[in-house]
Design a protein around this ligand. Structure first.
Ligand code: C5P
Length: 236
């Protein structure tokens, strides 16, 4: 009998484990974009994202940033701490791209003079609208103290990842994080992968992320594999 996930998202399944404080995350090859309007699969994406996320969570451990990752179990599965996920998506941006480039009328690739942090309400039915700390307080999505912690971690994570990736000749354009509460503490959850980050080759500006899928640019699997290779020296 195959186990039934307790939660199934667009790219991952989440299973209960024998330990009530821990969950198993299974990374799928399914890809969606534009709030589920575009659907497809990316060969081996689940393996790449599991391994890339594992790499980044380990890097954050070295820097003392708390997160849900416990260990990688196999090519597609990791063990994580169980979180009460806060319904907020945190986006950090170094260079204008995607929805920000559209919203402020800047060309993609223009460097932002200072880092931008954005908060979105994680709600598929509403299309994840942009919100601010006042909406979060009024809607009771998180406390002001939790928002402060989330923004502090998000900026620290940006520093750690940007500096590390630069050495691998990758520019961190922007990325999305999710946080949750575990035993009363706010910690990082979800994944850090080409699904949730924009990575551009430092020299050629070639896109090494999900924009290749969103925009039908081709060589999607190869881009995910290239990120894994630059991080770990391994292609699988
Ligand atoms: O589309 P947008 O420009 O707002 O995306 C900003 C960053 O957040 C991108 O790196 C994108 O991959 C990520 N993102 C995400 N999940 C969403 C929305 C955006 O991972 N639901």
């Amino acid at each position: 009998m195959t186990k039934k996930p307790m939660y199934e998202g667009k790219a991952k399944q989440v299973f209960a484990t024998e330990n009530p404080d821990e969950l198993l995350v299974y990374f799928k090859d399914d890809a969606t974009a534009f709030n589920g309007e575009k659907k497809g699969t990316i060969g081996n994406k689940g393996v790449f994202n599991n391994k890339i996320s594992t790499f980044f969570f380990n890097l954050l451990s070295e820097k003392g940033i708390p997160h849900h990752f416990i260990k990688m179990l196999n090519d597609r599965e990791m063990l994580v701490k169980k979180l009460a996920i806060l319904p907020i998506e945190v986006v950090v941006r170094n260079i204008a791209a995607g929805s920000l480039a559209k919203r402020i009328g800047w060309e993609e690739g223009r460097k932002l003079p200072s880092t931008v942090v954005e908060l979105y309400y994680k709600d598929d039915a509403l299309g994840d609208p942009l919100i601010n700390q006042y909406h979060i307080k009024a809607l009771g999505l998180a406390t002001p103290e939790q928002v402060e912690i989330i923004e502090k971690y998000a900026l620290q994570i940006n520093e750690v990842l940007s500096a590390f990736l630069k050495e691998k000749k990758i520019e961190l354009i922007d990325f999305k994080l999710e946080f949750g509460v575990h035993k009363g503490e706010v910690i990082l959850g979800d994944e850090i992968s080409p699904d949730t980050c924009r990575f551009w080759d430092s020299e050629t500006s070639q896109k090494l992320d999900k924009d290749r899928f969103r925009r039908d640019l081709g060589n999607v699997e190869e881009a995910y594999q290239e990120v894994l290779y630059r991080l770990t020296g391994r292609r699988n």
